[in-house]
Design a protein around this ligand. Structure first.
Ligand SMILES: Cc1cc2nc3c(=O)[nH]c(=O)nc-3n(C[C@H](O)[C@H](O)[C@H](O)COP(=O)(O)O)c2cc1C
Length: 179
C-alpha cells in the first residue's frame, strides 16, 4: 500500500488533481494506493494539546495509523506557496510526530512532487520538505519532481493533457514501486 498525500487545504487545488492522477497511475500498475487529502482534515485537531500524544485527537490518530504508520511508502505532493511547501503540511507532520515518532517516516521511502503555477515547480519547497523528511529518518527517492506551469498540463476538469508530464509521473511511480 502506498499513501499519496495532497499537501494543501486549499479547496479545488491543482495539487489534489495531480494527487488523484498519481494515485490512479500507481493503481494502474497493480499496486494498492490510497489518497490522503489534507483539506479533509479537521483543523480542530490542531490545538494547543496536539503536542501531547496522550491528548491527541482520536480521529487524527486513526488517520495517522491508516495513512502513515501502516504504510512503508509515502508520496507528498506539495504546491508552492510563497516559495515553499504549505504550512498545513508541516502542521500535519508536527501533529503526528508526537505519537510513535520513529514509526512515522523512519526507514520509509518517500517520493516528493512539487506543483506551481509559476516556473519553479516548488523546487525550493521540495528541498525544504526533504530536509524535514530526512530529519525524521525517511529516505527521499532520488528524483524529486517539480511540476511548473501546472495550468498548461491539466485541463479545467483537472485531467492530465500533457504527455511528457504524464511520462515523468509514471517514471516516478515505477521508481517508488520498485524501491
Ligand atoms: C498562498 C499561496 C501562495 C502561492 N505562492 C506561489 C509561489 O510562491 N510561486 C508560485 O509559482 N505559485 C504560487 N502560488 C500559486 C500556486 O502555485 C498555484 O495555486 C498552483 O495551482 C498550485 O497550488 P494549488 O495546488 O493550491 O492549486 C501560491 C498560491 C497560494 C494560494
Amino acid at each position: 500500500m502506498i499513501t499519496v498525500i495532497s499537501g494543501t487545504n486549499r479547496s479545488n487545488s491543482r495539487t489534489l488533481q495531480i494527487a488523484r492522477h498519481f494515485t490512479a497511475l500507481i493503481k494502474d500498475s497493480g499496486v494498492e494506493a490510497q489518497l490522503l487529502d489534507l483539506a479533509k482534515i479537521d483543523m480542530a485537531h490542531y490545538v494547543e494539546e496536539m503536542y501531547d500524544a496522550k491528548k491527541m485527537s482520536p480521529a487524527l490518530v486513526v488517520l495517522q495509523k491508516r495513512f502513515i504508520l501502516d504504510v512503508k511508502k509515502i508520496v507528498f505532493i506539495v504546491p508552492e506557496y510563497n516559495g515553499s511547501f504549505p504550512g498545513v503540511v508541516k502542521l500535519f507532520i508536527d501533529g503526528i510526530s508526537v505519537n510513535e515518532y520513529p514509526k512515522n517516516l523512519g526507514g520509509k521511502h518517500i517520493a516528493l512532487i512539487g506543483v506551481s503555477s509559476g516556473r519553479a515547480g516548488n523546487l525550493r519547497g521540495l528541498d525544504h520538505l526533504a530536509t524535514v523528511v530526512n530529519h525524521m529518518g525517511g529516505w527521499i527517492c532520488p528524483n524529486k519532481l517539480p511540476l511548473s506551469n501546472v495550468d498548461t498540463f491539466l485541463n479545467d476538469a483537472g485531467e492530465m493533457v500533457h504527455g511528457p508530464t504524464d511520462e515523468a509521473l509514471k517514471k516516478l511511480a515505477s521508481q517508488l514501486i520498485a524501491a
